[in-house]
Design a protein around this ligand. Structure first.
Ligand code: SAM
Length: 281
């Protein structure tokens, strides 16, 4: 009998299972349980508190979409803040944009980065870039205290439960708004509209209380609950489509596996049931 890992989706009374050949790592940090599993089909899998964070098979979809959408809109992003994202996948994509001079990564759990550097070097190795400063502390505390100003903030967090809860509050978004430049952008992973409708609704209401313009875009990520995922795009100035930077896109010619200009435009076209959730008062 092959070993099976199952992630439960209690909200949907459903689950997702994959065959695993080995458990490469399983330890509890002071914050959460961290595991690296090996699957014959999905490759290595990072699991935190029994939830899949990434698999080698499909991580490119999430990481390309969370990073390149804002980076092809903002005309001159030089300073980027990543909250969460200790696996380094988002950093890897950000650093494909050479105009980014400095990235501050704030993850509450140093062990996530250490484990990913050991077991998932292709995803995490850019954490060691000299453009990147890694701070291991609570992102909520960091944005409250810092006096630095950023062009882009990416919130690459776990779900709004446990240590990640504070990253989904109005107070946190207010602090992010304060430390964003006048033309800054904030992107966050916004959960599944199918399985965790309430989380998306609350997140969109709170973001809208702080930012005058918010948008959402979508991606299909097979190993996340329901396989259908949203990202929030909160902006002080730039429109996600009208300000798509054609010149930058044509010049860079990045070789990416998921993101392209067509995907950028199409991702902001949302189904009616999602539009209802994000516009609900
Ligand atoms: N792509 C993933 C997903 O949506 O499933 C997120 C991956 S990333 C590993 C999430 C990171 O958020 C974890 O490393 C966790 O330690 C970090 N995190 C959770 N709460 C945090 C907080 N309050 N401050 C900073 N980082 C936090």
């Amino acid at each position: 009998m092959p070993a099976i890992f199952t992630e439960e989706y209690p909200e949907a009374k459903a689950s997702f299972s994959l065959e695993i050949s080995r458990v490469l790592y399983s330890e509890k940090s002071p914050f959460q349980k961290i595991e690296i599993l090996e699957s014959p089909f999905f490759g290595k899998v990072l699991v935190i508190d029994d939830c899949i964070m990434l698999t080698e098979k499909d991580e490119f979809i999430y990481h390309e979409m969370i990073a390149h959408v804002p980076l092809y809109v903002h005309p001159h992003p030089t300073r980027v803040l990543v909250i969460g994202g200790g696996d380094g996948g988002t950093i890897r994509e950000i650093l494909k944009h050479r105009e980014v001079d400095q990235v501050v990564l704030v993850d509450i759990d140093k062990m996530v980065s250490e484990v990913c550097l050991k077991y998932l070097p292709k995803i995490s190795s850019q954490l060691l870039s000299n453009k990147v400063t890694c701070l291991f502390q609570d992102g909520v505390h960091y944005v409250k205290e810092t006096t630095e100003i950023f062009d882009l903030i990416i919130i690459d967090s776990t779900d709004p439960i446990g240590v990640g809860e504070g990253l989904f509050t109005r107070e946190f978004y207010t602090d992010c708004h304060r430390i964003l430049a006048d033309d800054g952008l904030l992107i966050n992973q916004a959960e599944s509209p199918l399985y965790t409708r309430k989380w998306l609704m609350q997140l969109s209401q709170k973001l809208a209380q702080v930012f005058s313009h918010i948008f959402f875009y979508q991606a299909n990520i097979p190993t996340y609950p329901s396989g259908y995922w949203l990202f929030g795009f909160a902006t002080k100035k730039y429109h996600p489509l009208r300000n798509f930077n054609q010149e930058k896109y044509d010049k860079k010619k990045l070789s990416l596996k998921y993101y392209n200009q067509g995907i950028h435009n199409a991702a902001f076209v949302l189904p009616n049931f999602v539009r209802e959730i994000i516009h609900a008062e």
